[in-house]
Every structure is written in structure tokens, then in C-alpha cells.
Design a protein around this ligand. Structure first.
Ligand SMILES: CC(C)(COP(=O)(O)OP(=O)(O)OC[C@H]1O[C@@H](n2cnc3c(N)ncnc32)[C@H](O)[C@@H]1OP(=O)(O)O)[C@@H](O)C(=O)NCCC(=O)NCCS
Length: 187
């Protein structure tokens, strides 16, 4: 049976996938399809998480991904992934997306996002992952930032669920007054 060590360095699983954006990756506006970028993000997160865990992993969640700048056909896009945080069976992977126009020598950091993966054992159940060996201050900072983000996400979700339980929707309807919508009774 394959031996999985009790701990692994961040550098052990750091992964980069680079792909040239071709016309078949483009949407109707001629820019690269957001879905293609998301698929590449999921792929590199899987490779990085599985390498650290030494086992198959599944995607639990992808945090908000913003596309503030389009990626063009002909650009060389690199997806840099590293394990930022590990829980017991989960791993938080940070992905930095960089697009390079090598004709004009322009390199753009287009976005950063975070993917949570869970390691799955041969029995199909979540499996414990090796402890993360933080090698420098940057690794420490990323681990801490990841903990804070996850804590904030849990609190936001809890607050939203509590709010949903207490809201009387009829009393909130006046908030639609200045919105760009037409109420059913006015159609
Ligand atoms: C990921 C999955 C295996 C977790 O199953 P589960 O029964 O919740 O397992 P557990 O309760 O043991 O949780 C496993 C880990 O996920 C974390 N987790 C589970 N649900 C979570 C949630 N809603 N929010 C944050 N973390 C969560 C747990 O905290 C735990 O992490 P830890 O061990 O580091 O503390 C299950 O949700 C699943 O199979 N999801 C589908 C995955 C998939 O198909 N992805 C592709 C989507 S197309």
C-alpha cells in the first residue's frame, strides 16, 4: 500500500498549469469563456490538493470568482496553485491566474480565487490529509488568511440563515420601490 507521510511541505504540491487560449475557448464576444477559466481553476486545484493528500479529492466549494478583465484569444494563461490551509480532511487551495500577451510583453494578474477540496479515501469517505509544513512567512500569512476567510464565511452564512427565519417578506416589499422591476399587480 502507498505510504502517505504525516506532513508535507507547501512546495511539494505547488502546481502550475499553463495553457494557450485558442479560438475554441472563446465566447460569442470573442473573449475567453468564463466557464473555461473556471474549469482550469478546478483542474489545477484538484492536481495541487491530490498531490498534497496523496489521494483522490473532490471539490467542496469555489469562492466568489470575479472576472474584472477579459482574457483574450492568443494569451498564454498560467494557473498557479498552492495549498494555503489544511483542516482534518479538507484543503483550501489558492489559485492565482496570470495572462501573458507575449507579442506585446504584457503580463496581467487577472484574478485570484480559493477552492476548498476534500480528500476521499478508497472507502469513498473523507480521509485525513497530511499536516501542512509552512516554509516561510508568506505560507504562514496565507494559512492565517485562509482561517479568517473560512471563519467569516461561516459567520455570514449563520447570520443569513438567522435573518431569513426572522424576516417577514411582506414588510420588506417597500424596498422594491426604487428597483428596476415591475410588480406582478402592475403588469
Ligand atoms: C465533500 C463531501 C465528500 C463532504 O461530505 P461530508 O459528509 O460533509 O463529510 P464531512 O462531514 O466528513 O466533512 C468533510 C470536510 O468537509 C468540510 N465541510 C463539509 N461541508 C461543509 C460546508 N458546508 N462548509 C464548509 N466545510 C464543509 C468539513 O468541515 C470537513 O472538513 P475537515 O475534515 O477539514 O474539518 C460531500 O459534500 C460531497 O461528496 N460533495 C460533492 C463533491 C463533488 O461531487 N464535487 C464536484 C461538484 S460537481
Amino acid at each position: 500500500m502507498k505510504h502517505i507521510p504525516p506532513s508535507r511541505k507547501v512546495s511539494y504540491s505547488r502546481t502550475t498549469i499553463t495553457e494557450l487560449m485558442v479560438p475554441s475557448n472563446a465566447n460569442f464576444g470573442g473573449k475567453i469563456h468564463g466557464g473555461h477559466i473556471l474549469s482550469m481553476i478546478d483542474k489545477v486545484a484538484y492536481a495541487c490538493a491530490s498531490k498534497h493528500a496523496g489521494t483522490y479529492c473532490v471539490t467542496l466549494s469555489v469562492d466568489t470568482v470575479n472576472f474584472f478583465e477579459p482574457i483574450e484569444v492568443g494569451e498564454l494563461v498560467s494557473f498557479h496553485a498552492s495549498v494555503n490551509y489544511v483542516g482534518n480532511t479538507s484543503l483550501n487551495i489558492g489559485i492565482k491566474v496570470v495572462a501573458e500577451n507575449f507579442h506585446e510583453g504584457i503580463v496581467r494578474h487577472t484574478n485570484t480565487c480559493y477552492v476548498t477540496m476534500v480528500a476521499i479515501g478508497k472507502d469513498g469517505k473523507p480521509q485525513q490529509v497530511p499536516v501542512l509544513e509552512l516554509e516561510n512567512e508568506e505560507d504562514e500569512r496565507r494559512f492565517l488568511k485562509s482561517m479568517i476567510r473560512m471563519e467569516q464565511k461561516r459567520e455570514r452564512l449563520k447570520e443569513y440563515e438567522e435573518l431569513k427565519e426572522t424576516l417577514v417578506w411582506e414588510e420588506e416589499l417597500h424596498k422594491l420601490d426604487n428597483q428596476r422591476c415591475i410588480l406582478p399587480e402592475d403588469i
